[in-house]
Design a protein around this ligand. Structure first.
Ligand SMILES: C[S@@+](CC[C@H](N)C(=O)[O-])C[C@H]1O[C@@H](n2cnc3c(N)ncnc32)[C@H](O)[C@@H]1O
Length: 379
């Protein structure tokens, strides 16, 4: 159990390594970060360390990750006095939800008031963030992983610790209840106390997004939600057929009891047919040049939008609008392309927030569009 001394302020190092990311930040974490040596044969690269800040958001946060990534987390988002009130825990008289028991699916999130489409329902702050490859990889033995996770949870204040332990065995909890987030491009699993209680629905009325600058997860209404309704998001990618969803949900080990899965076979098959057709249109539009005519593209675009609406898959429009735009660019129908790029931009903002994951993808698409416009002007 060696300390990762090169990155911690220590009186034994008279001149700390200047690029060390924790050199000035070591004092932020308490107790002092602990960095066990990885298993034999896996020592190269930085170790995973346990970092805890015990008071933040009234609940504390423990992180298991590389030191530079922990350093990257230290930002104004971690200063309770600097984040706006919706992003503080126990903020709020304004909360319109409760965690309550539901038939056949344990606890879940239930609306105690009405929500408009796209209104934020719940804001959650993680209590535990763990590097994905720490969990999935072999750098630490299963025993050491468990020990480190127990210690990370053990460092948290008693009340938080009890709530986390109430969720189940911690490794399983992370795998089934953890939300995938990125820190400086590296995948991590984040555990939220109340957020972990949100159940799955194959035709969800909500979605969640990670807001890096606030270190928070937001659950947002996909459509209007009435008082008393359960709020659920989809654990599986949207748009999958019944069989595909079953395969993706298998690791969670439950039989989905949502309305779509419980619907009569004929209804489910009709939904599957629509979902298959949406995908088929996507593929056909990927070869727009072969379609030859703008009218044919118009028809397919209209059909896809109608099916997406029918299947309540609106968040997929972010990707579909961009795809329509690319098809129109290919056929030099630039006015329509521009309209769809604009809409894709708006949808990304709506569903992903200002810091959405496709900022680069969208600017690439705008660039492609600008090039097509200038080529056309040259002709
Ligand atoms: C992330 S937890 C959600 C909170 C959980 N209900 C609880 O009481 O802690 C995921 C678990 O909830 C249950 N669950 C979630 N959605 C479900 C659904 N649509 N049908 C049946 N069970 C579901 C399953 O047991 C699943 O493994």
């Amino acid at each position: 159990s060696a300390q990762y001394t090169t990155c911690l302020p220590t009186p034994l190092l008279s001149s700390p390594i200047p690029t060390c990311p924790l050199e000035s930040d070591g004092s932020f974490w308490s107790p002092t970060p602990w960095c066990p040596t990885p298993s034999d044969g896996y020592e190269s690269g930085p170790p995973d360390c346990i970092f805890t800040t015990p008071h933040i958001r009234n609940q504390g946060l423990s992180v298991i990750t590389f030191p530079p990534l922990a350093a990257a987390l230290i930002s104004p988002a971690l200063d309770d006095s600097l984040v706006p009130s919706p992003f503080r825990r126990f903020n709020t008289s304004a909360e319109k939800w409760k965690i309550a028991p539901l038939p056949n699916r344990g606890l879940g999130l239930v609306a105690t008031g009405n929500f408009k489409q796209h209104e934020t329902i719940m804001v959650g702050f993680p209590v535990l963030i763990v590097r994905l490859e720490f969990i999935n990889g072999d750098r630490y033995s299963a025993k050491n992983k468990r020990r480190m996770l127990d210690l990370a949870v053990g460092n948290l204040p008693e009340e938080t610790r009890r709530e986390v332990e109430g969720l189940a065995r911690i490794v399983d909890v992370l795998r089934t209840n953890g939300f995938g987030i990125e820190i400086a491009g590296e995948g991590h699993l984040a555990l939220f106390l109340e957020g972990s209680r949100v159940n799955h629905n194959c035709r969800p009325n909500a979605f969640w997004r990670w807001v890096p600058s606030k270190m928070a997860m937001e659950v947002v209404a996909l459509r209007g939600i009435g008082k008393g309704e359960e709020v659920a998001h989809s654990y599986a990618p949207l748009g999958y057929t019944h069989e595909q969803r079953k395969a993706v949900l298998q690791p969670w080990g439950f039989q989905c009891q949502c309305a779509l899965c419980a619907a009569p076979a004929r209804e489910r098959e009709a939904a599957d047919d629509r979902r298959d057709r949406i995908l088929e249109i996507y593929q056909t539009l990927g070869k727009a040049a072969e379609l030859g005519s703008v009218e044919r593209v118009d028809q397919l675009v209209r059909e896809a939008m109608m099916l997406i609406e029918k299947e309540e898959l609106q968040p997929q429009l972010v990707e579909y609008y961009a795809h329509f735009a690319r098809a129109y660019i290919e056929l030099n129908e630039l006015k329509k392309a521009g309209v769809f790029i604009q809409r894709a931009d708006e949808m990304w903002l709506l569903y992903g927030g200002e810091e959405h994951e496709n900022v680069d993808g969208m600017s690439e698409l705008w660039k492609q569009f600008a090039e097509a416009v200038s080529e056309m002007e040259d002709d």
